[in-house]
Design a protein around this ligand. Structure first.
Ligand SMILES: Cc1ncc(COP(=O)(O)O)c(C=O)c1O
Length: 377
């Protein structure tokens, strides 16, 4: 490491995938690697997930799915977010399973077919109000897909939807969504659809609501060892291991007198003589600016706090009376097993969720891949 790095423990990813898989009865497992594997690196995570038994890989957008194929992944891949005019023909030819939630999407898929039928998962909107056909329009969508299937242009592989409140397992919204989903499946079957994969569950659904498992589950965040329930149910209690450690080297250390103010806006003032350390990471690297004046870090085994505003490329840690030198390592977050802060700790200070803390880390931070034994090396 020179300036900073995100160390990604592929053994932890494999452990998490295997742990999730072991919780399933008959359902298959789709590991979700969208948004560059939640910031961990899409292709290495997908490879580790396949090694640990992931049946499917899930991508949000076409570029991701095509990159997985280009990287040599030949297994089932599902990609669910396309907009008009995207290169569907390329995706169909690459054998990527796609989603359709409106008749125009069926038309676009059919237009993209050359030598093999498009594999399609029909999406029902069961209450999240993002993509998918609302129940009133569902029969029209299913009929359009069945017509294309009879013409040999399309294969209805799945029916799917997405949960809105699975991180609140007791919310009545979950049961309502399951009911709407089951009704939609029954309607499609009544109209003549024969579907292999029915899928609804994300990480919190698969972990807390077995009735959402159906034939396939789609965990994302749990793959990375983070709890979808946040600090209310820490990942260790779910048997998961956080895979990412974000580290940097202090770029500068200085002693300042009491009354010295720090960073833009001078929002923090040293109450006593203090040692300050300069961390060469900022919001340009994905640190949340909302974590200014409060984000926790670990330096020399001690918990210390970011003081003043987080800038684009740097931020300042109050080292109090520690003996420190430029070049010393600072851990911003990691699994927490060595006393370092976690992504949940950062999320709490920034008023966000652990998903955002890892996913927003930018391309300026190199990712280094290790197996557990090497972490910290
Ligand atoms: C359609 C879909 N399925 C699955 C997931 C994975 O969700 P989670 O990371 O909560 O497991 C996501 C992510 O938001 C998603 O959009």
């Amino acid at each position: 490491m020179v300036r900073a790095e995100a160390v990604v423990d592929l053994a932890a990813i494999r452990h998490n995938v295997a742990t999730l898989r072991a919780r399933l009865d008959t359902a298959q497992l789709m590991t979700v690697v969208k948004a560059d594997g939640y910031g961990h690196g899409m292709v290495p995570v997908a490879r580790a997930a396949r090694q640990a038994g992931a049946d499917w890989i899930g991508a949000a957008v076409l570029e991701e799915a095509l990159e997985l194929r280009a990287a040599g992944d030949t297994g089932p891949i599902f990609c669910w977010l396309t907009t008009p005019g995207e290169p569907l023909a390329q995706a169909i030819a690459a054998g990527i399973d796609l989603s359709a939630g409106a008749p125009w999407e069926i038309d676009e898929l059919v237009a993209g077919v050359t030598d093999r039928p498009a594999r399609v998962h029909l999406k029902i909107d069961t209450g999240l109000s993002r993509g998918g056909a609302v129940p009133e329009e569902w029969p029209t969508l299913v009929r359009a897909a069945l017509k294309a299937e009879r013409e040999g242009r399309l294969e209805i592989t799945g029916i799917w939807s997405h949960l809105a409140s699975a991180d609140e397992p007791k919310s009545p919204a979950n049961e309502a969504q399951v009911e709407t989903f089951e009704t939609a499946i029954a309607v499609a079957e009544h109209l003549g659809a024969e579907v292999e994969y029915r899928h609804l569950a994300n990480s919190p659904g698969m972990l807390a609501l077995p009735q959402t498992h159906f034939d396939l589950v789609r965990p994302g965040i749990a793959t990375y060892g983070l709890s979808p329930f946040g600090p209310a149910l820490p990942s260790a209690e779910l048997g998961l291991r956080p895979a990412m450690t974000l580290r940097a080297r202090l770029a500068m250390v200085k002693r300042v007198p009491a009354g010295t103010s720090v960073s833009y806006g001078l929002t923090w003032t040293a109450p006593k003589p203090s040692t300050l350390g300069l961390i060469p990471l900022g919001y340009g690297d994905g640190l949340p600016r909302h974590a200014s004046n409060g984000a926790p870090v670990q330096v020399g085994g001690a918990r210390r706090t970011v003081v003043g505003r987080i800038c684009m490329d740097q931020c300042v840690v109050n080292l109090e009376d520690d003996v420190a030198a430029a070049g010393q390592e600072v851990v911003l977050f990691g699994p927490g097993t060595g006393g370092e802060p976690t992504a949940d700790d950062w999320a709490e200070v920034a008023g966000t969720i652990n998903y955002e803390i890892v996913t927003r880390l930018g391309a300026r931070i190199p990712r280094r891949y290790v197996d557990s034994a090497e972490v910290g090396g």
